[in-house]
Design a binder for this molecule. Sequence first.
Ligand code: ADE
Length: 231
Amino acid sequence: MKKIGLIGAMDSEIAHYLSEMESTQTETVYGINFHHGYLWNTPVVVCKSGVGKVNAAVCTQTLIDRFQVNQIIFTGVAGALHPDLDVGDIVISTECQYHDIDASSVGFPKGTIPFQETSIFPADRQLVELAVEAGKKMDGIKVLTGKILSGDQFISSVETGKALYEQMNGACVEMEGAAVAHVAFLAGIPYVVIRSMSDRADHSAHVNFYEFEKMAAERSCLIVRHMLNRL
Ligand code: ADE
């Protein structure tokens, strides 16, 4: 039977799921509350990972090991890097990569994990297709697929954002996706990351972030609802 792990980094990113869930029970592991029950008749475990790569990795590993989820969907907000993206638009991950790993001084390309075959973690095709299909139903919102970059930094500089787009081909930047993707990849669990753009990763990013966080969470919830109905 399908059991979906649904992760958000912040309270606002999981609030909608929690309000719609039924038969919910909560267990706390490593300080993270895992809410298991049903969302629109699908067995789910909903949790707030907290911000950053380690929180996201611990949360994902626990969802897999302790709660036996067999698919993972991460939703939340991100800073747009692709020039076609506006605040409110959506990016569905085709793959995820860390942007802040850098062993280039000892000969490894920036963004690659030394001595590891894979540093770019592909998302599950079926989950990507379902998310794109769901996104298309939302009028006036652009939905792009592409690489999502993650690092333990909130990006708020035009130069950094431009470099991440030009040098690492990121459609958007956030702080958890690649860690979720890495753990899911190692465990052989299908995943997808769905991000609504809260800002343009530039000097006004911090202002836009708080303004659009709520709207973005609502949009993610609509997409997940459609996906769960089709899974
Ligand atoms: N999440 C939302 N906006 C972001 C940004 N500009 N940088 C990193 N993470 C983000």
